[in-house]
Design a protein around this ligand. Structure first.
Ligand code: AMP
Ligand code: GLY
Length: 428
């Protein structure tokens, strides 16, 4: 098969790394890719959002399967555009991707389908939103309706913070049109975890559970980021809880979308808040998580290509996947200043030494090559990922690899996976 991966982050490097191992693969391309994907695939200089150029490329190269990494092309309708020309895509249609691209769509859908989620009200009028906040107060979560690169959510402790958040979204439009409408949501106090499932419109193949670290600094302090690290599996999601997520959340979502004429095909990322052992949805994503995917794929003991192809064809049937009885940890190394303004072009050293560590892989995210040297070229620069028999060893190995890598101003969290350790300790 000829396969095209769309995107340029750590997630896409990990997808490329896993797909490159498939015996069914004849040729692998990545658009636009990064210096990491270049070692495994042919990078093609087309932006992930340039749906027209991607479609032309896929048609000319006779690509059998296009695997879409990020949410933006899905929200632009890449799947619909490819399908109209008979090209196969792993990823939901524009309508089905609304589970991620519109928080209002997702919330209404969940309420109608009886899926456990935080109570919420929707506003398209600033004065009405302000009045609601004044009457209700308390901690509240303000969410811009549209895609805002993971930054459209503000957890507000009090009225003033909430008033400021709705004004910034609806009046100042700091998220552009994404903030034209907002959802005000009940604050759920619990532990977060995510659950990825492959879906073919009807059938579901659960992948491993995982946990992201959204805040920039240790101890979950500082601003939200795209994710500073992840581990899998997440011990907070017990086997019983997983079954419950499948029966109470995943199956009604898949059934409900099909019943509404928008069958969901692709990977469904269920962002959960576990409150007193009960799972609630805090968000859906219509694509693989980043950096969760780096950890997840490290544990997958099966060929990824037939799974993605089966989901895209609507033919997963009763496929099941094997996961190694191990743990994986991904530590994101970021540029100084991230998630705020950061500089680019810092020379990176020590990647080879890091990758030489046993069971460690260095996935590229924001890197570039200049005059034969690797330099930083983004906020999240690398995802240093390790696998080991247990979570404690995986953490130690990931950080051993991280310490090999240097550039001026590099930053990373030193507590990735600590939560998992606490769960493992308390279970003993
Ligand atoms: P989202 O982009 O929807 O995942 O939200 C970003 C982050 O905000 C989540 O990872 C949570 O940490 C937090 N969050 C979102 N919704 C809620 C909620 N209802 N209660 C508490 N925290 C939330
Ligand atoms: N790491 C969070 C996400 O991919 O949305």
């Amino acid at each position: 098969m000829k396969v095209l991966v769309v995107g340029s982050g750590g997630r896409e490097h990990a997808l490329t790394w896993k797909l490159a191992q498939s015996p069914h693969l004849d040729a692998l391309y990545c658009a636009p890719g990064n210096p990491g994907t270049r070692t495994l695939a042919r990078n093609v200089a087309i932006a992930a959002e340039d749906v027209g150029a991607l479609r032309r490329f896929a048609r000319e190269e006779q690509i059998d399967l296009t695997v879409v990494g990020p949410e933006a092309p899905l929200a632009l309708g890449i799947t619909d555009a490819f399908k109209a020309e008979g090209l196969r895509v792993f990823g939901p249609t524009q309508a089905a991707a609304q589970l991620e691209s519109s928080k209002i769509f997702a919330k209404q859908f969940m309420l109608e389908a009886g899926i456990p989620t935080a109570d919420a009200v929707t506003f398209d009028d600033l004065a009405a939103a302000e009045s609601h906040i004044r009457h209700h107060g308390g901690p509240v979560v303000v969410k811009a309706d549209g895609l805002a690169a993971g930054k459209g959510v503000t957890v507000c402790q009090n009225k003033d913070e909430a008033l400021q958040a709705v004004r910034q979204a609806m009046q100042e439009r700091i998220f552009g049109d994404a903030g034209r409408r907002v959802v005000l949501e009940e604050f759920l106090d619990g532990e977060e975890a995510s659950f990825h499932v492959l879906v073919d419109g009807q059938n579901v193949v659960p992948l491993a559970t995982s946990q992201d670290h959204k805040r920039a600094y240790d101890g979950d302090q500082g601003p939200n980021t795209g994710g500073m690290g992840a581990y899998a599996p997440a011990p907070v999601v017990s086997e019983a809880l997983q079954q419950r997520v499948l029966s109470d959340i995943v199956m009604p979502t898949v059934g409900g979308m099909a019943a509404r004429g928008m069958p969901y095909r692709g990977v469904l990322y269920v962002g959960l808040m576990i409150v007193e052992d009960r799972p609630y949805v805090i968000e859906f994503n219509a694509r693989f998580g980043d950096p969760e995917t780096q950890a997840l794929l490290m544990l997958l003991d099966d060929d990824l290509l037939p799974l993605l192809d089966g989901a895209a064809r609507g033919q997963l049937g009763d496929a099941r996947v094997q996961f190694l009885p191990a743990a994986a940890v991904c530590v994101v190394m970021a540029a100084e200043g991230y998630p705020g303004a950061y500089s680019r072009g810092m020379p990176i050293t020590g990647i080879e030494a890091a990758a030489d560590q046993p069971n460690a892989w260095v996935f590229h995210a924001g890197t570039d090559e200049r005059d034969g040297h690797l330099v930083t070229n983004g906020g999240r620069v690398l995802g240093v990922t390790a696998r080991a028999a247990g979570i404690a060893e995986a953490i130690a190995e990931a950080y051993r690899a991280v310490e090999c890598i240097q550039w001026p101003g590099r930053q990373f969290r030193r507590d990735i996976g600590r939560r998992a350790l606490q769960h493992v300790a308390s279970a003993k």
